[in-house]
Design a protein around this ligand. Structure first.
Ligand code: ZN
Length: 455
């Protein structure tokens, strides 16, 4: 951490979700104090020449897992995020059976104060005691909480549909958005039984154990609940063209649905599971077909998808490749906090699939808006938090797992040639990463709450 209260970024190409311009930016006390041309530095000010760099709002990854059993924590997760241009992390959190949502959030605050460098917000799981959770929503609202998370793949979803619907409605009434994992338990069970009947239980058959139909069915259920209650809903990691189509139709009919997709669905298809290292690619939902990948890119370009969430859920390679794993007993997820933005830039912006402004919208601005942190986060404006990334658009690196700061020890992008990397990451005015070196200090991350988002 460099103890400079003032920083002047000179001559960079600044980019928001709306526009780009060349100029200077002055940071004072963690905030963007001034935008302009030829701003004169004061004597105590560090000047950062930014000609040739793109200066982007710090990335916001709305979807990560940094609690056990995953191998990263708030420190190693922060470190990977900052090296990858992400200054704010949204993390899925949960407690023990019977523990209240507020208690879970308070535990996270403690962990964050000890370990985080990036700023964080949390999505607490509601996976049992729905009534109890619903009674807690008002308290959550009071502390500025912006979301809760539900799973449609729980076995008792059908039985408790009414309670889920009531939960979503009450959350929405209080200004909290519900995140939903959409896969249908019955259809998953049926697919698994069919595979077991013919002895196809190894992870080679993983894609068939979680068919597109199960995603579609659960998306329909989630959207129906949102429609009935006139509530906002946020669907995590949409992976297929069919599920996406259902979302877009509902949106056209007035349902307030936000769609997140996940990088693995943009770069890989289900044939990967046939390779020797296939188990490394296991995530929930599974990889799909080429048509799905194309549909997702098309939707990103058209602005139909709101956010890109890494769903960073890191394991060690050995854990993922454990030969005892099968279609029912598996370790879903991969590490992607450090790689999500550079790979998306390289594959998306530089291959003209999306514009630079869309890149910013998908990886920062939209999440800030959806979760209530805009314009404190997610943009470059006077008064906003100085969360910025000096992006080097021409730097090429071949990705090697040794360079990754996550506690995970492999990357699905190993040996990829990636162009466009963060040169410097600034979080609330502090240079926390520069020249491939982590400078940020453990325990300096803050819990981001809606109440503090007003400028
Ligand atoms: Zn997840």
């Amino acid at each position: 951490m460099i103890e400079t209260k003032e920083l002047l970024i000179q001559g960079g190409l600044f980019v928001t979700s709306e526009k780009r311009w060349t100029g200077d930016l002055l940071i004072q006390d963690g905030k963007i104090a001034r935008l302009g041309q030829n701003i004169k530095p004061s004597t105590s000010c560090r000047t950062i020449p930014a000609k040739g760099f793109e200066v982007l709002p710090g990335g916001i990854d709305p979807h990560t897992h940094l609690l056990p059993p995953f191998v990263d924590d708030y420190f190693t997760g922060s470190r990977a995020a900052l090296a990858g241009g992400i200054t704010t992390i949204g993390c899925m959190v949960y407690g023990k059976e019977g523990e209240g949502l507020l208690a879970v959030l308070q535990q996270q605050e403690k962990l964050l104060q000890e370990m985080a460098i990036a700023d964080m917000f949390f999505h607490p799981y509601v996976w049992n005691s729905l009534d109890k959770a619903q009674r807690e929503l008002e308290d959550l609202q009071k502390i500025g909480q912006s979301s809760i998370k539900i799973f449609l793949l729980v076995e008792d979803f059908e039985k408790n549909k009414q309670a889920y619907q009531s939960l979503i409605q009450e959350a929405s009434r209080l200004g909290l958005i519900t995140l939903a994992h959409c896969e249908d338990a019955c259809l998953l069970e049926k697919a698994c039984q069919d595979l077991e009947a013919i002895n196809h239980t190894s992870l080679q058959y993983y894609a068939y154990s979680r068919p597109v139909e199960s995603e579609v069915k659960a998306v329909e259920d989630a959207l129906e609940m949102a429609r009935q209650t006139n509530s906002k809903i946020y669907l995590v990691h949409i992976s297929s063209q069919k599920a996406l189509d259902v979302c877009l139709r509902a949106r056209n009919q007035g349902v307030q649905v936000f769609v997140e997709t996940r990088p693995i669905y943009l770069y890989f298809t289900k044939e990967r599971y046939l390779q020797k290292d296939g188990p490394l690619y296991v995530g929930q939902p599974p990889l799909r077909q080429k048509e799905d990948t194309e549909a997702l890119w098309d939707a990103l370009k058209k602005g139909h998808i709101d956010t890109l969430g890494s769903d960073h859920a890191p394991w060690k390679e050995e854990q993922k490749m454990n030969p005892d794993l099968n279609i029912r007993d598996l370790r879903p997820g991969v590490s992607d906090l450090q790689t999500m933005l550079p790979v998306f830039y390289s594959e998306g912006v530089l291959k003209n699939r999306i514009s630079l402004e869309q890149f910013v919208a998908l990886t920062s601005t939209n999440a800030a808006k959806i979760f209530g942190f805009f314009p404190q986060k997610g943009t470059i404006a006077e008064g906003a938090d100085a969360d910025l990334v000096l992006w080097n658009p021409s730097e090429k690196r071949t990705l090697h797992k040794e360079d990754l700061l996550s506690a995970s020890d492999f990357s699905l992008h190993e040996n990829w040639e990636i162009q466009g990397w963060p040169q410097m990451t600034i979080r609330r005015g502090e240079i926390v990463y520069e020249n491939k070196k982590l400078l940020g200090v453990k325990g300096t991350g803050k819990w981001l709450k809606k109440a503090s988002s007003r400028l």
